[in-house]
Design a protein around this ligand. Structure first.
Ligand code: ZN
Length: 173
């Protein structure tokens, strides 16, 4: 058993092992964002969910409530940013990471840059409205005083299927 494990570690090498570890962490938090998105779907909202992680813990959660609140500011990301700032007692979220099921829009990407969130992990991209790589990439504008590290494609299929299923059901009604 030990021989087999040592052999496996040799095969992977320390960097590969590190990558495997981080990949699991990303997936763990994206699963939590997906849970939030499902809450949105349950109340008839477009399923988009997000969590904010600080120091290895989820400190804020949010899901899309635009229709319920009758408010364009009720995007999952803005709700979570508000909660995270309240929790940390600071508008700066410098050491926080966000996990969001769909690529953020221009408003949310702007708020993410303003709040100085360090990294954003996205499920699927949004070619029609996304501003973190699709239409614009507000995370990587050199002239802004903050850039956001971004990663996409974490549980991409599950995130996009959730949206497709939602719209399919909507059209069926
Ligand atoms: Zn948004």
């Amino acid at each position: 058993m030990e021989v087999a494990l040592n052999h496996l570690l040799d095969e992977l090498g320390p960097f590969a092992l590190k990558d495997v570890f981080y990949m699991n962490v990303e997936e763990k938090y994206m699963k939590e964002a997906i849970k939030q998105a499902k809450k949105a779907a349950e109340i008839g909202e477009v399923p988009i969910g997000c969590v904010i992680v600080y120091d290895g813990k989820i400190i804020a959660r949010g899901y899309n409530r635009r229709r319920t609140d009758k408010n364009t500011l009720s995007h999952a990301e803005l709700i979570a940013i508000k909660k995270a700032s309240k929790k940390l007692g600071d508008w700066r979220l410098e050491d926080c990471d966000m996990y969001v099921t769909l690529e953020p829009c221009q408003m949310c990407a702007g708020a993410i840059v303003q709040s100085r969130i360090k990294r954003v992990y996205m499920g699927c991209m949004n070619p029609k409205a996304g501003c973190c790589g699709s239409i614009l990439d507000l995370f990587h504008v050199d002239k802004f005083n903050h850039q956001v590290e971004s990663h996409s494609g974490i549980f991409e299929e599950e995130c996009s299927k959730m949206l497709k299923d939602f719209f399919k059901t909507l059209r069926g009604k």
